[in-house]
Design a protein around this ligand. Sequence first.
Ligand SMILES: Nc1ncnc2c1ncn2[C@@H]1O[C@H](COP(=O)(O)OP(=O)(O)OP(=O)(O)O)[C@@H](O)[C@H]1O
Ligand SMILES: [Mg+2]
Length: 336
Amino acid sequence: MTPVRKTPLLQVDRLYKLFPVAGRLGARLHAVDDVSLHIHAGESLGLVGESGCGKSTLVRLLARLLDPTSGGISFDGVDLAMLPARQFARMPQRSGIQMVFQDPTDSLNPRYTALDTIAEPCRLLAGLDAEAARQRVHEVAEQVGLPTELLQRYPHQLSGGQKARVGIARALAVRPRLLILDEPTAALDVSVQAVVLQLLDRLRREMNLATLFVSHDLNVVRLLTDRVAVMYLGKIVEMGVSSQVFEHPAHPYTRALVSSIPGCGPRVRLQGEISSPIDPPLQVCRFASRCPSVQDRCSRQAPPERVVDAATGQVVACHFPHASFAPIEKSGLQHS
Ligand SMILES: Nc1ncnc2c1ncn2[C@@H]1O[C@H](COP(=O)(O)OP(=O)(O)OP(=O)(O)O)[C@@H](O)[C@H]1O
Ligand SMILES: [Mg+2]
């Protein structure tokens, strides 16, 4: 019997976000440029790429904190892309997509206790009355390991790890189906990072949560995600099952990224200037200026997306993907 292919929970089609450029009339910065991806219920997708490539812009579009320039965002069968952000804020789907931000200090209201912070979305989004919201706060605080006695404290009276737990509890309190994590541990002390990552991974499994996990830590992404998308200057250049992409990267940029994991084969150091995201030429591969395998065609034709491994669904946007898929040395890909 042919297996039934389920509809993804989140489906993103040809999404664009172009920002106007101050002082340059008509110029546009292509922060997110023709991005398509999907996430199934309960699945975790990692999003990696160097600083400024558009990861936060992409996740803010998906959480509908930003309005896209064009493209489709379908969540649970409802097209969200062209709804004004204000209208989305009042829709039931708002509870379905929640976000945990990079810096818990910045994202928590200094005048709210932990209890107020977690209770707020329960009242505003889930419509709970004060007593039901308080009960829900206690439930979710227990789930994230936040002791009840800390609930009356203000953010400045909590440690970084405790603030992170408050942010996670707030996001989970309304029972989302998709949790977006934008570098959720980057602002935390190294000793706390692993604890919070383990907590997130446990909660995701227990609650069958889909997650979109943005991180600069490639090893963590490899260990905690089912699939990974690699972004370069607004575009997704490679996407597939995490173990496959990390062990057999097909795009020269992914190969360079993976080689930066300590102990992971010879380091590929990228030379050349990163090209500008402002009105980039449409017929040129964005990575051509730094690509170690660049050829003439790369500056004449933008590479289309192609499947390089049908069994795992690995796709790459490159005219000359790594030919043999010879596994790169795996010694650096150990649990850390
Ligand atoms: N509101 C804005 N107006 C204009 N340009 C913006 C705006 N927000 C982001 N950008 C630009 O869009 C591009 C992508 O930025 P973004 O913050 O999404 O990158 P990122 O991949 O999250 O980087 P990092 O890893 O440093 O967090 C950058 O060139 C940035 O300067
Ligand atoms: Mg960012």
